[in-house]
Design a protein around this ligand. Sequence first.
Ligand code: 26Q
Length: 817
Amino acid sequence: MDDKENLPILSNSVEQVTADLHRHYNFTLGRFDSDDMNGYMMTALALTIRDRLMDRWRITKLRGSRHNVRKVMYLSLEFLLGRSLSNAILNLDMEESIRGALADFGSKLEEIESDEKDAGLGNGGLGRLAACFMDSCATLGLPVIGYGIRYEYGMFHQSFQEGRQVEQPDHWLIGGNPWEIERPGHTRRVRFYGKTEYYNNDSGRLCARWINTQDVLAVPYDMPIPGYKNDKVNTLRLWKAAATDEFNLQEFNAGDYADAVAEKNLAEQITMVLYPNDSSENGKELRLRQQYFLASASLQDVIADWVMLNGEEFNDFDQFNCFQLNDTHPTLAVAELMRLLIDDHGIGWDEAWRITTRTMAYTNHTLLPEALEKWPVRLFRELLPRLLDIVFEINARFIAEVAHRWPGDTQRQQRMSIIEEGDEQYVRMAYLAIVGSFSVNGVAALHSQLLTTGLFKDFYELWPDKFNNKTNGVTPRRWLSHCNPNLGSLLNEAIGDGWRTDLTELEKLRPLADDTEFQKRWFDVKQRNKLPLIERVKDKCRVDFSVDSLFDVQVKRIHEYKRQLLNILHVIHLYDRITRGDTEGLVPRSVLLGGKAAPGYALAKLIIKLANNVATVVNSDETVSPWLKLAFLPNYRVTSMEVICPGTDLSEQISTAGKEASGTGNMKFMMNGALTIGTYDGANIEILDAVGADNFFLFGLRVEDIPSFRMQHDANAIIAEDHDLNRVMQLLECGHFNMFEPGIFDPIIQTVRNPQDQWMVAADFRSFIDAQQDVNVAYKNRSRWVRSSILNTAASAQFSSDRTIAEYARDIWKLPL
Ligand code: 26Q
């Protein structure tokens, strides 16, 4: 080790941390008074911690950039980081000294932490998964760099007006982001529009170049990703768009100075806002610009580093570089790497294709056919003409391969073509990703299996070895250590603290599940964890949850396939029972919903309105509210989940079978000792296998049952024959929850009654109600419930993202662990 690699490491003594806090507060931030101290104190504290990350960061980078180190680039349009302060404190083991230093200012750590805004650079599961993966990569000491976009506005802020969702912009960078480091020296240039020109190079070879382009600069901002107590700090590089200096020189010279400067906005628009849609928003040009901007800037970055170390020798580029594509969103990277190798580095097609297809790996996150991304060729041609040439060439060669393998099967050629034909041509991004990658993975066992038998069957027949499964996971640092310190202490006392880095240690809990003394302590922790959640619900929803009730929670994006509606129907059913006086054996229940609807998704927004209206009726009825409460928590985000999952008894994972690729909230709840009521879908299946059927409430149709069930049953007959469902529908249809807003819920009623209802709400109602009755019975037997709760945590080890990342490293990335 040379001395550049010695860690000077700033001291973590209370004295040194106090001095640094003072220095940053007074000098870096220029604060002399103590008005509005907390906001600035948060920044001063973040800078104090960042100082301690710097040398570890520099050394991690130095080691990762040597020429014989294989590295991975995780490309994602979303990184849903949430807050970073508490995570850094945990991973650097600084809590004690910081608490000591803050005492000097008369501040409390909890209050300062709450001043940090969430980095909401993602929609939901896919974005949060990227963040958990970054944490695990750093903790496992793997050379993985995240590449994403520095959106000026993250996921919108949600509030309710008369029960309806209202969206407000999330200007999260206001007040500054103390974690990011701007690196203007690594700025890249990304091209748009223009056309392809062919020319003969010096050796007479026909070459292509992309001319008359309108360029945008990509400026990187690096965020540190600290590993857990291992002195490693990885990098998340987020790109911001900036205008080039020559931007609209013409107008500028014509004297339209102000107009020319205003035009800069056009370039800077690219990274202005996150698309708040968690299924594809088709055909929006700005979105395609974002995708290419990320792909091109990131690839240029990696190639520039490569050339610096290796010169123009790309032969073994694939041995040292791997790009993981987080869904199809960054898939233009396939065509862009081809372009860079061929046009800018003079490599022939076959060699460029060999390098590309040994470098790219693709993760799929959806089974909904309507969510598969496709782009109109017309738009693609205009924005990225040179890329389209390359996509067409990739497709021509690929179709020739298909024709060779299945001679005469023209239908198959059409089915598999990267270009969808029809009135309008489209580029099918998933097919481009599969053709251009050496690995294609799903995110849970069922999902990966359904990809090979359904959506991507043809491709599986051609290349069975490309396909694999990597069941998702979540980081136990944030989702157990940080969010649930009460449980953490109990675990430490019971089984030692090895679980913090090796979650399989949780298995040691199993023998304690029947220990009544331990059960009592476990129960006490859960009850204590309900208190902050009760406060939050009271504060944000004006609803009082009783600590003695069963906490029944469904938090996730609002989607028909996730079936929040089924949950609401259950609440209406309980309400109906209670108002009829049928409360015998009933356990008091507090039902919590949370989640955002895409602003353009009318039915999802109406489901929110229904939930809020039902809540008003249920909570204001004095005969009902001792038994049942319903609240919809506004602005659900990463930080809310940190309060919610430790206090939850029952986790609702009730998607229509075959629709939820994996789910990751289900794992966070399980780790924190919630029991799951769930369908046979996504990672629920693996949770059920791990914990056993006695400790899981399974209900509903299975994927394989759905087609034949649909042939034989229709929703209206089911409703007519099911007394309870019939009453629920009557309450909805008579306007009981919308007395002064007649007819507003008709679209919801229609979906439940629709014989073609894709989401099978009526079909699964009876089974769901029965499973909820089992939950009720189970909760009354405290010892049995707590035993199950302990066993859930004990069996949750496999849902650590450390396990997931170890599998990516071994099977796809070929990184030594
Ligand atoms: C695409 C094109 C244009 C605009 C938006 C989008 C877009 C953005 C986000 C499409 C999809 C998403 C997000 C999808 C997502 O979060 N999927 C979830 O991924 C999780 C992690 O694998 C799984 O656990 C969930 O089951 C899956 O729904």
